[in-house]
Design a protein around this ligand. Structure first.
Ligand code: XIL
Length: 310
């Protein structure tokens, strides 16, 4: 493109989720990632079920490889994620409340401590809300109660005092009951002096649902609470088959998210959930949808890329 790689056209961090397997086996994948982005988020490698599938037996191989890649290529790392109900090992479900609290504390201390000083931002708590704004009834919520979120942030801060600590969720792009609840929580955590520094807006969008209303206003209201905002997992699913018209609509969605972030000073990061249609979680999870990324299977920039970076 004329203007240069994405990472050079904005002051925001521009990131992508990355999978260690592709990074180590596909030279073209690695080279586009290295060229275009200045932040990486491990797609799965830092999740509880990957790092401690068996109690007390840690496997840091994937996470270490990505942190090492970032160090060598001068990129920052978004850590993902410390407390999440999904991709959680079964053994965590079977504990009583007192033991679970200790295990969560230990998990956060161990993981955030291992990468202390190497993580720009952590998704400390992921997907804590239902669509109606009530708390999602996870094992953490059910056994530890509302306070598990404040505790998680305090433990993460103690383990890595310089990392920016985020709460992250999906369907909180616009103004709606879920983002209202997230807003109320962040406001209350800030009032209590809990070390929370940011709100992560995943931005998994689909052409089937329309572009959410009030994205810019929503980002601005979070920023006004005194926290940063990051777009953490952007992608735009296309109902198959792909057509030129749908690629243009996708370009418009990506561009609107990009612009909404750039309209607010405290929106500091624009990260996509993968960068190539060759490797995307979308076809596996949303049957009949696909082609959700900025680059096609052959790593050619799609209209969405060119719209952001003409
Ligand atoms: C997804 C990964 O992309 C998949 O490879 C995995 O099988 C499931 O998780 N929200 C999140 C991410 O916060 O961690 C999810 O990642 C996508 C939705």
């Amino acid at each position: 493109s004329a203007a240069g790689p994405l990472k050079t056209i904005t002051k925001r961090y521009v990131g992508s989720a990355v999978a260690v397997q592709h990074l180590t086996t596909e030279a073209d994948y690695r080279s586009v990632l290295t060229r275009e982005f200045d932040s990486v988020t491990p797609e799965n490698e830092m999740k509880w079920g990957v790092v401690e599938a068996v109690r007390g037996q840690y496997d840091w191989s994937g996470a270490d490889a990505i942190v090492d890649y970032a160090r060598k290529t001068g990129k920052t790392v978004r850590g993902h994620t410390l407390v999440w109900h999904s991709q959680l090992p079964d053994w965590v479900d079977d504990l009583d409340a007192a033991e679970l609290r200790g295990v969560v504390k230990d998990h956060i201390r161990t993981e955030a401590g291992r990468y202390r000083g190497k993580i720009r931002a952590w998704d400390v708590v992921n997907e804590a809300f239902n669509e109606d704004g009530t708390r999602r009834p996870t094992v953490f919520q059910e056994k530890l109660g509302d306070r598990y979120i404040a505790d998680a942030f305090r433990w993460a801060h103690a383990a890595d005092p310089r990392a920016k600590l985020y709460i992250n969720d999906y369907n909180v792009e616009g103004i709606n009951p879920k983002s209202d609840a997230l807003y109320a929580l962040v406001k209350s955590l800030k009032r209590q002096g809990v070390p929370i520094h940011g709100v992560g807006i995943q931005a998994h969008l689909s052409l089937m649902y329309g572009f959410p209303a009030g994205v810019r206003e929503n980002i601005a209201r979070f920023a006004a609470l005194g926290v940063d905002v990051a777009i953490t997992e952007a992608d735009v699913r296309i109902p198959l088959p792909v057509t030129p018209e749908k690629l243009e609509a996708q370009a418009d969605y990506f561009d609107q998210v990009w612009d909404a972030c750039h309209a607010v000073r405290r929106c500091v990061e624009f990260t996509t959930w993968g960068f190539t249609d060759r490797h995307s979680w979308v076809p596996d999870v949303f049957p009949g949808e696909g082609a959700a990324c900025l680059f096609d299977e052959n790593l050619r920039p799609k209209p969405a890329y060119t719209r952001i970076n003409p």
